[in-house]
Ligand binder design. Structure first.
Ligand code: URA
Length: 444
């Protein structure tokens, strides 16, 4: 077919092969989209030929009527084809990456990237900033004096070859169709659709070019997926997409009913990650980091013994790698981290056992304290967040601090405390509160 450049002057642009309204009607009426329709609609949307309101209508039709495996695969490939693909085949090390669907206190990427790199596997972590109640990895790392998120492709390759782990900002060239579509879904009530979430995440991860991928699919109040069944369906869909695209992919379903670790907030989470690597961190963060590392190492063809990996995490080898990784991106890992100017405490109102500490409530509180942003362009406070002193199942005494709230702007305390109301409860002394394991299931 002749391209626009081959057309005679005055002929105008080539006619489009489909009409957006027909594509919308097909999905609205519950039918399958043809591969050529999918390729066209994603490409035409990226070119600005399909209007925002038309894509919004199609996203809603997909939200309501779903897509089958073939459609989701084609949709994902079309989003990948909208931009560039990275290629790590020139590295001397195999690559493995992790993606979390997002949670409260989820700082796992920080110790995990360092830990996996200890074993000679390169970790190309292209991350984002936080929006809403879940934190963003780049916001956390930017709490470290001097650290920078933006790297050129060449700097990234160098760091992967010489240090082995990079956590940096994803360039705008990877799956640009997803960037447009995700922003549109955000304002049209169409985020919570398994086909759309799965294709959004996997288009970026496949375009990134990792050889192996471990998905951390969060389940619970602080996650997209509140129930195990829907989380399992999301995991299955993403694992199939990855495997079909030649990426060795597995998913762990992990608990997000309560925050991970004892901190939610940028500098607070960096501090806790370093404590983990010094052998002084909370058990759930250690356990999840080890579980994900074992999967990444196996996926990259370098399976390891669990005890050795645990020891590398808490015994100093991961910490040495962390220091190298931070220095490579201009950061000073030994400099003091920012501390918020103001603090307020939430105290236990009776003796008993902490029965519930809701991840969503803590995430919203941290966000309102200034750790997160409501709009993409908002700044975050490095020192803001919530520090926890008890987890579900712990014995607490009346008057003891359950949490400390940190912010630079004390007028934020009131709304943060409101967010926590009803978010925790204390049961009578002696009540047995079941502690949920952090890893709930595995999908491969
Ligand atoms: N994260 C993404 O990248 N896309 C989604 O649709 C949801 C979470």
């Amino acid at each position: 077919m002749p391209g626009d450049a081959d057309r005679a002057e005055g002929e105008g642009p080539a006619p489009e092969p489909f009409d957006a309204v027909d594509v919308i009607r097909t999905k609205r009426d519950g039918q399958r989209l043809e591969p050529a329709q999918i390729d066209w609609v994603i490409d035409a949307y990226t070119r600005g030929v399909v209007a925002e309101e038309q894509m919004a209508a199609l996203a809603m039709a997909i939200y309501l009527n779903g897509m089958d495996r073939t459609e989701i695969g084609r949709w994902t490939q079309a989003m990948i084809a909208s931009g560039e693909r990275m290629d790590f085949s020139g590295l001397s090390r195999p690559t493995a990456d992790k993606h979390s669907t997002g949670g409260v206190g989820d700082k796992i990427t920080l110790p995990l990237a360092s830990l996996v790199a200890v074993y000679g596997v390169a970790v190309p972590q292209l991350s984002g900033r936080g929006l809403g109640h879940t934190g963003g990895t780049l916001d956390k790392l930017e709490a470290i004096p001097g650290w920078r998120a933006a790297l050129t492709n060449e700097q990234m390759m160098n760091a992967l070859e010489h240090v082995g782990a990079v956590i940096c900002q994803a360039g705008s060239g990877l799956a640009p169709a997803d960037r447009l579509l995700y922003a549109l879904r955000d304002v049209t009530g169409t985020v919570e659709s398994i086909p759309l979430i799965a294709s959004s995440i996997m288009s970026k991860k496949i375009a990134e070019g990792t050889g192996a991928l471990v998905l951390d699919v969060k389940v619970g109040s602080g996650a997209f997926m509140k129930e195990l069944d829907s989380a399992r369906e999301l995991a299955r869909t993403m694992v199939d997409l990855g495997s079909d695209a030649g990426v060795r992919t597995v998913a762990l379903l992990t608990d997000m009913s309560t925050p991970l670790g004892l901190t939610a907030g940028n500098a607070l989470e960096v501090r806790e990650s370093v404590e983990v690597m010094k052998g002084e961190g909370p058990q759930d963060v250690v356990d999840l980091t080890v579980a994900l590392a074992l999967e990444m190492l196996a996926g990259a063809g370098r399976p390891q013994d669990e005890d050795d990996v645990r020891h590398a995490l808490v015994g100093g080898r991961a910490l040495d790698k962390w220091r190298e990784m931070i220095a490579e991106q201009g950061g000073d890992s030994r400099a003091p981290l920012p501390v918020a100017r103001e603090r307020e405490h939430v105290v236990a109102d009776r003796d008993g056992v902490l029965e519930r500490l809701d991840a969503y409530a803590v995430g919203v509180a941290a966000w309102r304290l200034g750790a997160g942003r409501a709009r993409k362009e908002d700044p975050v406070q490095a020192g803001a967040g919530v520090e926890l002193f008890a987890k579900p199942g712990d014995v607490v005494r009346k008057g003891q601090h359950l949490m400390t709230l940190h912010t630079d702007t004390p007028e934020r305390f009131e709304r943060a405390v409101q967010a926590l109301e009803g978010g925790w409860s204390i049961a009578a002394p002696g009540t047995v509160v079941e502690r949920r394991p952090v890893v709930l299931d595995r999908v491969d």
